[in-house]
Structures are given as C-alpha cells and as structure tokens.
Design a protein around this ligand. Structure first.
Ligand SMILES: C[S@@+](CC[C@H](N)C(=O)[O-])C[C@H]1O[C@@H](n2cnc3c(N)ncnc32)[C@H](O)[C@@H]1O
Length: 285
C-alpha cells in the first residue's frame, strides 16, 4: 500500500525540469548567496513538492509565480527559505575554535577593551553555537576574571531562530558536550529525560535576530563566528561577506570560520594567523 502511494505521489508531481531548477536556483542564489549545484535537482524537487502539496498547487511554475508575484509571496518566502537552507548544528562542534577564542582571542581583547565585548554568531542555526559561546565565555572567566559580554545570533531562517529561542536539545545535538558542562549549564526536562534545556541565565545572554547575512545590521563586533555557512556560497559571495565582516569588526577583532572553510583564496585585509588551534583571522587596527 505504502509503495503504491509513493508511486502515485511521484507521478502526480514529477521532478523539476533543468530549466525550472535553474530558475529556483538563481532565486535562491540572489536572496541567500547559496549556490545549488545541478545534482541537487532531486533534493530540491522533493523539498518543493511538499510546499506544492501544502498549497494545493499543481506544478512548479505555479509555485514560482506564487512565491515571486502573488500577494502571498512574503509569507511563502519564509517557508521557501526553510526548504533551501541546511541547518545542521550541534554543541561542541570544532572545539578548537573555542580553544582559540578562550586562549588567544579573549586574553588579547580583554587587555585592549574594557567595554562590553560583542560576539556575533552569524548563521547561528538552531542556537547551539551562540549558547556554546556563552558557556565558553563563562568558563574562560575562571582564568581571565569577570568580563561583560553579549552574543548576537542571526540566521535567515525563522524556524531555526524560533527553535533556538526555546533552547532545548536532545540526541546528536548534545552528545559531544562534556558531562560536567551538561550538568552545570543545562536542565534536564523532568517529563522527558532525553531533552536538556539551556539554563535561563545562559539564554538571557543571547539576542536572536532573523537577518540575511547580505543585509547585516550588526556593527562593532569584537569577534565573529561564521562557521559552516560560507561553504554554501561561491567565491564572489564569500568575498563580499568576508569584507562585510571585516568592516563590522572592531580594530583587533577576530573572525572564526569552519574547519572546511578558508579565506586564503579571497582578497581581504585580514591577518591570517596559523595557531595551534587552527587558522584564525584578525582585523589589523
Ligand atoms: C550549517 S548551518 C551552521 C550553523 C552553525 N554556524 C554551526 O556551525 O553549527 C548554516 C546556517 O546558515 C544559515 N544561512 C545560510 N545562508 C544565510 C544567509 N544568507 N543569511 C543568514 N543565514 C544564512 C542557514 O539558515 C543555516 O542555519
């Protein structure tokens, strides 16, 4: 029965044609900077098919019109962006970044700045990265003494920002958290012991915003974490974003990117620092 149903459904709405794929791919690229290679045609077809069914539309051309020209385009764009973004994230992802933050970046910035440090988690997804930054900042105070900071966390996807604000996680998302940290900074859900929620005082340190990285509003950041985001962009967008980050950092501020990402092929004024905790990028004053 299930197999039959699957067949009927796929006959109902076939995959995107290469031309239709190109049209959606350029729209995605124009809005988000994300570059979808042609082999993603089936993936995109499957994801859009769900929207078509939901809206009771019969083909992708109708959907394109609905998304770009109808009076519902603003609301549908929110759903469309959910469909095309990859939001994989978890706590203690690439811990070397946090070691660089605690051992190199913070000691230097705290000597230079006596004001509130502003840390930007750009492309924060479901909130693991910004909460991780808060926890590591508090942990760093054991060696560095008390300091004032705020974390601003942005993402283009409304759904992930809403999830992030809840601050409750389970499974793979929390499995790399050291047990002492889990015990100290999270509360186990009394009704479902698989779920751990970030402590309220940790949550209160993060300001979440729905924001496109290509239309940013955050200024004067001391540190920017933008990990596992640029990987979805082509060189032109990476260059634009890297310069945007440079201009939005305070002098001597730092940019941290994902371990599979690099600024080496780009033309930027960042000082590239190869450290024992991986490569980090500094804005020279
Ligand atoms: C793979 S997640 C990375 C999450 C986190 N930084 C980490 O490393 O675990 C990439 C995130 O970037 C966001 N993103 C992609 N393009 C964006 C854009 N143009 N503006 C803002 N966020 C964007 C996606 O919505 C997604 O949540």
């Amino acid at each position: 029965m299930f197999e039959q149903e699957k067949e009927i459904i796929s006959i109902d709405i076939p995959d995107l044609t290469p031309e239709q794929f190109q049209r959606f791919a350029s729209l995605i690229h124009d809005i988000t900077g994300i570059y979808l290679k042609e082999h993603k045609i089936t993936l995109l077809s499957n994801r859009l098919r769900k929207r078509l069914r939901e809206l009771k539309l019969k083909d992708y051309d109708q959907y394109y019109y609905y998304l770009t020209k109808s009076d519902k385009s603003n609301t549908e764009m929110i759903h469309f962006l959910e469909v095309v973004t990859t939001n994989e994230s978890y706590f203690w992802r690439t811990p070397q970044n946090f070691e660089a933050y605690k051992k190199i970046i913070l000691p230097e910035l705290l000597k230079l700045y006596k004001i509130k440090l502003r840390i930007w988690s750009a492309g924060c997804s479901t909130g693991e990265e910004p909460y991780n930054i808060v926890i590591e900042s508090i942990e760093a105070m054991k060696d560095l003494g008390y300091f004032v900071f705020e974390v601003i966390a942005t993402d283009i996807s409304k759904r992930v920002i809403e999830f992030a604000k809840e601050g409750c996680y389970s499974g793979r998302k929390i499995e790399k958290i050291p047990p002492t940290i889990l015990k100290r900074y999270f509360r186990q859900n009394p009704y479902d012991p698989e779920i751990y929620c970030v402590r309220e005082d940790i949550k209160s340190k993060v300001i979440f915003k729905i924001e496109n990285l290509f239309e940013p509003t955050i200024e004067n950041a001391h540190v920017i974490f933008c990990r596992n985001v640029m990987i979805y962009f082509q060189k032109k967008e990476q260059q634009k974003l890297a310069m945007e980050f440079y201009n939005r950092l305070m002098p001597n501020g730092y940019l941290l990117i994902g371990h599979a990402e690099s600024l080496q092929m780009l033309d930027t004024p960042f000082q590239v620092m190869h450290t024992e905790y991986g490569t980090i990028y500094k804005k020279i004053s």
